[in-house]
Write a protein that binds this ligand. Structure first.
Ligand code: SF4
Length: 364
């Protein structure tokens, strides 16, 4: 996949002593680094309109995170939630998918940022995990950034994987559309780390997932991670409907299951394309050639637009059928879907988010 080369790295005073700064310096020898005061950085970060959102991805800002690192995944109102926690170690993403919700979510603060105070992140995680040893946590880092796309430059994985690998009550999920896994291969995940990929057929990647790894690059990376002892996850999200989508998705699932051992897959998730009216406007402005929005979508109780419910159910059932043919007992869940849809697809709906969260814990 394309190498990330920011035009410059802006550094907030105080961040120069961090391991992330040292890793960046070593990985980007030809890139200018500029120490800026907080006020300059703030105006640099925010001086970006929706039309030029992509500009914000061209500069990297290294700063301290001022608030809490760990949060419960916000989920979506009225939809079944899977009781997941997120760590935001960075904000925004060097890749550029047309449907990315960050275009709306980070519209007022789109700077590509990495947080330098990883020791605070680890202290906070340690406090939570040791206080609730009887509770099993699933924690992911890919909510407002991609978990691994920046890893060759910032070396975040080697700062945190050894800590999480030693915890008895957590699975750390690193979710990506990249193939930046070399830094992981030298570490021992001790069965506590899931590396997961968002997957789409190459046709969707070509049209709507700019600067991401190709399908074959993602599969090769997944195979290497599995061989290095990592559990895997795959997220079919967003599933996109277009003429003959069935053939492409069925073929993609065949490729996945012929490349990796499904018994070492921690979980699969499915979610159809969903956009808010405001994200729809952004997509039309930034990606006028995208054909994502040509199909019919209807408003749902959480304010998002999705395909008409019978179509969604049909898409999920077909996907599930192709999955079950190859991997009869692999864990599959729906992301941001209603109980009604769950029942039609699986014949049941989890009674609460805790139940679904517990179901997702793999056996060790
Ligand atoms: S890889 Fe994920 S975070 Fe990055 S642009 Fe695509 S959807 Fe957004």
């Amino acid at each position: 996949m394309q190498i990330f080369q920011p035009q410059e790295v802006l550094v907030e005073p105080g961040s120069e002593a961090s391991p992330i700064y040292r890793n960046l310096r070593a990985a980007l020898p030809g890139v200018p680094f500029r120490v800026v005061d907080a006020a300059t950085a703030e105006s640099d970060k925010t001086n970006v309109s929706a039309r030029t959102f992509g500009v914000a991805k061209e500069r990297l800002f290294l700063t301290r995170h001022k608030g809490k690192f760990l949060k419960k995944c916000p989920g979506s109102e009225g939809q079944v939630c899977c009781n997941y926690f997120v760590i935001n170690f960075a904000s925004n993403c060097p890749m550029d998918c047309s449907y990315c919700y960050l275009q709306e979510y980070l519209a007022d603060n789109p700077g590509l940022k990495v947080f330098s105070n990883v020791e605070d992140l680890l202290n906070e995680s340690d406090e939570l995990l040791s206080k609730h040893r009887r509770f099993f946590f699933r924690i992911g880092t890919g909510e407002i950034t991609d978990s691994l796309a920046l890893d060759p430059y910032i070396g975040f994985a080697r700062e945190v994987v050894p800590f999480f690998a030693d915890q008895p009550n957590v699975l750390l999920e690193l979710k990506t559309k990249s193939d930046c896994i070399d830094g992981l291969l030298r570490l021992d995940p001790k069965d506590r780390v899931v590396v997961s990929w968002s997957m789409n057929p190459q046709r969707v990647i070509d049209l709507d997932e700019y600067q991401t790894a190709s399908l074959s690059e993602r599969l090769a990376a997944a195979r290497r991670c599995q061989n290095a002892g990592y559990r895997l996850g795959f997220h079919f999200d967003p599933i996109v409907e277009y003429p003959n989508w069935q053939a492409d998705y069925e073929q993609m699932l065949g490729q996945i299951f012929s490349n990796v051992d499904w018994r070492r897959i921690a979980w699969l998730s499915m979610g159809v394309l969903r956009v808010t009216p405001s994200l729809k406007r952004i997509i039309r402005t930034r990606f006028p050639k995208s054909r994502l929005l040509t199909g019919e979508q209807v408003p749902c109780p959480d304010g998002k637009l999705r395909y008409f419910q019978p179509l969604r159910v049909d898409m999920y059932r077909r996907m599930l059928g192709w999955i079950r043919r190859a991997a009869p007992t692999v864990k599959v869940y729906l992301c941001m879907e209603s109980k009604e849809v769950w029942e039609q697809v699986f014949g049941f709906a989890p009674s609460c988010e805790k139940e679904l969260g517990n179901q997702m814990v793999p056996s060790f």
